[in-house]
Ligand binder design. Structure first.
Ligand code: MF3
Ligand code: CO
Length: 284
């Protein structure tokens, strides 16, 4: 735990004893249990919920304004204006040198597409808009796909089935299940539809930092990986490819990830809280 986390944890209500006991049982069975710093306490959850509300407001605003002919820089402007206007900060801006406030990934771009005045949305494009928000220091992260004008049947299907991949992952994200159960559910659904799943990138813990443990792979084996404990907050954000799973990184900007075969890719993302009974989507 870093200093910021230690201080935060000290100020919080303790983790309920029945949860600590169940974690200990899991540990004795040889399961990987989360560090206590990954179990968010009620006051922290409240902060992340407020951040998530702004995040959802950003995506709703993009949804209302996105259109054929618009540049991806205009999306960046909308995201930045709404976020700053609500007293929040765009997490991507200057994150490890990232130059913009949002990621806009079109067609064969898997993720981390960089907004530009020179890149316009065209009729038939599919685009992922990935918004990450900091409010009062709390992080939230979500993305949606948008279909521009008349898209092909194949693209529409990829977008809709990728959303179902996220939903399959959400259904598996239950207390005392494991991270592997999520990846298993996502990849099982994706493969049943003839798609492949990107392996190099995945979901992540989120809230105190932009990217926390665990890494949430979208491929996995049931009953493996870190056990999911009430109070954990992380993203599920499957990147699903129409062709093969392989990806390449842009050698010029060192950010944008593309499918290796040039075929389309789609992604949907939510930030969720593991509860005592299931999960709560914070970025609805
Ligand atoms: N939102 C992306 C994620 O889910 C992160 C983008 S990092 C950026 O992790 F710097 F490229 F924005
Ligand atoms: Co994310």
């Amino acid at each position: 735990m870093d200093e910021k986390t230690v201080k935060l944890m000290d100020e919080q209500e303790p983790i309920p004893s029945h949860i600590l006991e169940r974690m200990e049982e899991c540990r004795k069975k040889g399961m990987e249990v989360p560090d206590p710093s990954l179990i968010k306490r009620p006051a922290m959850i409240q902060g992340i919920i407020e951040s998530s509300k702004i995040n959802t407001g950003v995506l709703d605003t993009v949804a209302a304004q996105i259109h054929d002919g618009m540049s991806t820089q205009e999306i960046d402007d909308i995201v930045s204006e709404y976020t700053l206007g609500h007293g929040a900060v765009c997490a991507p801006l200057h994150f490890e040198g990232y130059p913009k406030s949002v990621c806009t990934s079109i067609n064969e771009e898997v993720c981390h597409g960089i907004p530009s005045r020179h890149r316009k949305l065209h009729d038939g494009d599919i685009v992922n808009v990935d918004v990450s928000t900091i409010y009062n220091g709390w992080y939230s992260d979500a993305s949606r796909m948008f279909m521009i004008g008349q898209v092909s049947e194949a693209r529409r299907k990829l977008v809709e089935e990728t959303k179902k991949c996220l939903e399959a992952g959400l259904a598996a994200a239950k207390p005392w299940a494991t991270v592997g159960d999520i990846g298993y559910a996502v990849s099982k659904y994706a493969h049943s539809r003839g798609y492949s799943v990107v392996r190099e990138l995945g979901g992540h813990g989120v809230g105190i930092e932009f990217h926390e443990d665990p890494f949430v792979s979208h491929v996995g084996k049931q009953h493996t990986g870190m056990v999911l404990v009430p109070g954990m907050i992380f993203t599920i954000e499957p990147m699903i490819n129409a062709g093969k799973a392989g990806v390449v990184i842009d050698p010029y900007n060192n950010w944008t990830i593309y499918t290796n075969d040039g075929k389309d890719s789609a992604q949907w993302e939510h930030t969720i809280l593991i509860t005592e009974t299931g999960n709560e989507i914070l970025t609805y």
